[in-house]
Design a protein around this ligand. Sequence first.
Ligand SMILES: [Zn+2]
Ligand SMILES: [Zn+2]
Length: 79
Amino acid sequence: MDVCPFCSRQATQKNSQQIPVCLSHKDALLEDLKCACGEYLDVKSGKFGVYFQCFNCGNINYKKGLEMNGYPIVSINDL
Ligand SMILES: [Zn+2]
Ligand SMILES: [Zn+2]
């Protein structure tokens, strides 16, 4: 099951970056994500789904890229 990176709810839609999101985050974009090396990550989508690309490190797994940037955001109750 895909999880919306913005709110951790079930993802039923895709945003314009092809990232699985929930209905209320359909228009939200993942921006300014950074790699562990400090470079910005580009969002890419391929036949195996969405992934990130770093200028230094090459392709980065979607989940790993999200984790490096603190996504999915935990629910408000957990803050
Ligand atoms: Zn959401
Ligand atoms: Zn990197």
